[in-house]
Design a binder for this molecule. Structure first.
Ligand code: PMP
Length: 411
């Protein structure tokens, strides 16, 4: 029997049921933050406000300092609101549409609003654009970040390009970190739209897989670069502690220039009377500061590192000598980006599903779920235990080879 078919049959007989669709922390990772649930914390913080009561819409100072440190922004220019950074991104876009940015025309009054979408990228950024009917322009993501020659050309010519989505460190899904040159070019480039804004989603700012600094990536601070370039308002920074403590029940932050924060704050005051200060105080007490967060993240790394290494091991073993397959080898974050033979990604995901392994839908790393090469698949190694992950990667290897063989036979 054909060797590949034999492997397929063997894997099929295992009756696998493994979900690799999203980058969720494993149960063991969640257990690392259990103390947060019954931690003793002071009801009155630096602000002198009882955290159990209404008040402090922009968040308690302790939490603003913590998130400001992570986002490299002053606490007074950091708002801690709710638990989801994605929601803050959505609201920033919505605010721009209804009210405009920095006194410019609200986007709803314009015929076209476009965003640059470096791809492969984070599917939920694209979903926000879809939700608001914002045109998406796919820009190639290189190992250094977005293809800046293309970005610079487009933003200089077209005033309807209002933003760019970026995950600058341990990018989702490639795990790459933008080079210093890329960050400086983003800050310095000439833009046709006065309200052009970089949506700097630093979701993986502290998510290192290795403890030694030489084995970590540290992206340059966009805020500092924008100020140096004379474009101090060009960026919105976002982050959360979703993958530090409990996704959905952590804290999220928006940080930017004084002017941008003033605008955002005005609208917040119309929305609420007080943020969830109890959760903020719990987090600030539990993690203390960035150093505390980094120490906590080392415990996550102990769980994640063997999983990322297993991905590399099995792929190298199964596909190392195959010229059409390639994948990234990140030093942090939550994902590995895998490229199979062009034109076969959808089929690879289909075969994997037959074998009981669910990957994120092929194409989802591109706007409108449309990967022009049909070759990119996002691997999210965090959830399964190592043994399951090993099986899932074996499935990916077999599915990749089978789909490639099928496409050759069809040619
Ligand atoms: N941004 C990126 C790049 C992500 O990968 C994720 C989580 N998958 C989020 C934002 C979502 O963050 P939050 O839980 O704060 O909404």
């Amino acid at each position: 029997m054909d060797e590949l078919q034999k492997e397929y049959d063997e894997l099929k007989a295992l009756n696998l049921n493994i979900d690799m669709t999203r980058g969720r922390p494993s149960a063991r990772q969640l257990a690392l933050s259990e103390r947060l649930l019954n931690i003793d914390f002071s009801y009155t913080g630096i602000d002198g406000v009882d955290v159990r009561n209404y008040g402090l819409i922009p968040g308690i100072t302790e939490a603003r300092q913590l998130m400001g440190e992570i986002l490299e922004e002053d606490a007074q220019n950091t708002l801690v609101v709710g638990s989801s950074s994605l929601q803050l991104m959505y609201e920033s876009v919505q605010r721009a549409i209804q009210y405009g940015v920095r006194g410019n025309v609200p986007w709803q009054k314009l015929n076209h609003v476009k965003f640059l979408c470096p791809s492969p990228g984070y599917d939920r950024h694209f979903t926000i654009c879809e939700a608001f009917n914002i045109d998406m322009i796919t820009v190639k993501l290189l190992e250094t970040g977005p293809d800046m020659d293309t970005v610079e050309k487009l933003v200089a010519e077209d005033p309807s390009i209002k933003g760019i989505w970026v995950v600058p460190q341990y990018q989702n899904p490639t795990g790459i970190t933008f080079s210093d040159e890329t960050v400086r070019r983003l800050a310095n480039m000439k833009v046709a739209a006065p309200d052009f804004t970089i949506f700097w989603d630093n979701a993986y700012a502290v998510h290192h897989l290795y403890d030694e600094t030489e084995n970590q990536d540290h992206v340059l601070d966009i805020g500092k670069c924008c100020r140096e370039a004379g474009n101090p308002d060009r960026y919105f920074k976002f982050a959360s502690l979703s993958k530090v403590t409990f996704p959905g029940s952590a804290i999220a932050a928006f940080a930017s220039s004084e002017q941008n924060i003033r605008e955002a704050k005005e609208h917040l005051f119309a929305q609420m009377i007080g943020s969830d200060k109890i959760n903020q105080m719990r987090h600030a007490t539990f993690l203390k500061n960035k150093k505390g967060v980094l120490e906590h993240m080392q415990k996550h790394a102990v769980e994640l590192r063997p999983k990322f290494e297993t991905v590399q091991e099995v792929l190298q073993e199964g596909l190392g000598d195959v010229d059409y397959a390639s994948w990234t080898n990140p030093k942090g974050g939550y994902f590995v980006s895998f490229n199979c033979k062009p034109g076969t990604a959808k089929r690879v995901v289909e075969i994997a599903e037959e074998l009981g392994v669910k990957f994120t839908e092929a194409g989802s790393t591109y706007p409108f779920c449309n990967d022009p090469y049909d070759q990119n698949i996002r691997i999210a190694p965090s959830m399964p235990i190592v043994e399951e992950l090993r099986q899932a990667m074996r499935v990916l290897v077999v599915a990749t080879k089978m789909a490639a063989e099928e496409s050759e036979n069809a040619a």
